[in-house]
Design a protein around this ligand. Structure first.
Ligand code: NDP
Length: 248
């Protein structure tokens, strides 16, 4: 068993949607920095358990919780279970998110409700529940998108609407929680190679071309920014692009 002594030694983190993609990489990165980690998932039980095994192999504690961010009670339960199982909560990473892209006229009411429930209401409720348990040094880090800064083409109305709400939430949280020594920041990834947005997908070349660096980013590149923010004291209410220059 390896013991890690990084900047987050002794901290307890919850990463929503931590079974795959950016969330899984973030959970592992936080563990490498010394944090104990809970991850939520919806259908990816096996993948979430694999993340838990990898975190434990680093010498940290870990737990996988099935919690659909669209369900208010499940979000609150995930926060409570993390705190009760691991002994507190220092870092919340609001990562779980869904993307429904397509022409405005093709988006159903069910699409609107689902995307806003997961991407906005779930983040709001998780932040509210986490803030209720955090003490000074608490960190709320939310995953937005480069599309809050520049929408590169049609089809992004619903997704950009949902993620843009998180910018306002982050700034308001920073103002409200700063007095308690709790920070809130948002990270805007550009195109990142995951199941949600594979670098080999049909729209990938166009997305890569929109960045200054001309390529997709990796999950580890986003996780590195989250880890920095988890350890940063004098940074709050801020937006951080990890987008290869998509917004440049
Ligand atoms: P993936 O689809 O690869 O992974 C999504 C993760 O979220 C999985 O762990 C999944 O769990 C979980 N999840 C999905 N829906 C829910 C839900 N309702 N409740 C709880 N967990 C859920 O996505 P990415 O890693 O690509 O994206 C992560 C975040 O980054 C999202 O918020 C996304 O919008 C954002 N983002 C991604 C970009 C990209 O290019 N990839 C660019 C900009 C932002 P399960 O395994 O159970 O399905």
């Amino acid at each position: 068993m390896t013991t890690t002594y990084g900047t987050l030694h002794g901290k307890i983190a919850l990463v929503t949607g931590g079974s795959r993609g950016i969330g899984a990489a973030t959970a592992l990165r936080l563990a490498r920095e010394g944090a104990d980690v809970a991850v939520t998932y919806v259908s990816g039980k096996e993948a979430a358990e694999e993340v838990v095994r990898s975190v434990r192999a680093l010498g940290r504690r870990a737990v996988a919780l099935r919690a659909d961010s669209a369900e208010a009670a499940e979000v609150a339960d995930a926060v409570r279970c993390t705190a009760e199982t691991l002994g507190g909560l220092d870092v919340l990473v609001n990562n779980a998110g869904v993307g429904v892209l397509g022409p405005l006229e093709g988006l159903s009411l069910a699409d609107v409700d689902r995307v806003l429930a997961v991407n906005v209401r779930g983040v709001f409720l998780a932040s509210q529940a986490a803030a209720g348990r955090m003490t000074a040094g608490g960190r709320i880090i939310t995953i937005g998108t480069c599309m809050t800064q520049r929408v590169p083409g049609p089809g992004g109305t619903l997704y950009a609407t949902s993620k843009s709400a998180l910018v306002g939430l982050t700034k308001a949280l920073a103002r409200e929680l700063g007095v308690r020594g709790i920070t809130a920041n948002i990270v805007h990834p550009g195109p990142i190679d995951t199941d949600l947005n594979p670098a080999g997908g049909p729209y990938a070349p166009g997305q890569a071309a929109m960045t200054a660096l001309g390529r997709f980013g990796t999950v580890d590149e986003v996780a590195g920014m989250v880890a920095y923010l988890a350890g940063a004291d004098y940074v709050t209410g801020a937006e951080f692009a990890v987008d290869g220059g998509h917004a440049a």
